[in-house]
Design a protein around this ligand. Structure first.
Ligand SMILES: [Zn+2]
Length: 196
């Protein structure tokens, strides 16, 4: 990908799209959702390659004290009586401390992915607003925070978008449902409804 694209940060990409100027190069933005511990194995290499990355995280799961239903479902498929708290979470999610350490690199930024990994379109609008605010309150004081939100599974609608805009948060990667269902799907509506 480095041969074809110049990797830039999400913030730089947003600036480029806002000004909509002619671009002679192709750009790519790297992001990762959910704050999994497995990121630790690739971050040093990305750093070496000077590739920026934005991590979209769910603060409720930091420190492994709670977990997403989808992770429980996946774990139970492997072992039906699994104890999430002791057997899965310690190896699955990054701790707050680890995230802080990771985000001290100028190449790493932290964005919002909901306080919990819930489908935005299945919550009431007030639940969604509270969820996003709680997520933001947990992250906004951390180094590397950027006011962008990747919806879980990219599921959103006009009402959730307008709530984010009122909170001065930019929705990104908003057609994730297509992406999630089709592993070869690459035509993402990238940032705030526009393509990079
Ligand atoms: Zn996710």
């Amino acid at each position: 990908m480095k041969e074809q694209y110049t990797f830039i940060s999400l913030t730089e990409a947003h600036e480029k799209i806002k000004h909509d100027c002619f671009r002679s190069r192709k750009y790519a933005v790297l992001t990762a959702d959910d704050g999994y511990k497995s990121l630790l194995s690739i971050l040093p290499w990305l750093n070496e390659q000077k590739i920026p990355i934005t991590l979209f995280v769910n603060p409720r799961y930091w420190d492994g004290l709670s977990w997403s239903e989808i992770n429980e479902e996946q774990s139970r498929r492997v072992k039906s009586d699994v104890d999430m708290l002791t057997e899965v979470c310690p190896d699955l999610y990054l701790t707050r401390e680890q995230l802080q350490q990771i985000a001290s690199s100028p190449l790493v930024t932290l964005g919002l992915h909901g306080y919990e990994h819930f489908d935005a379109t299945k919550m009431s609008l007030s639940e969604f607003t509270d969820n996003v605010q709680q997520c933001r309150d947990s992250i906004c004081d951390m180094e590397g925070y950027v006011p962008y939100m990747a919806y879980t599974w990219g599921r959103h609608n006009g009402s959730t978008d307008s709530i984010l805009r009122k909170l001065n948060i930019v929705p990104v990667l908003v057609n994730g449902t297509d992406n999630y269902n089709n592993s070869d799907y690459i035509d993402r509506v990238a940032i705030d409804g526009k393509r990079l």
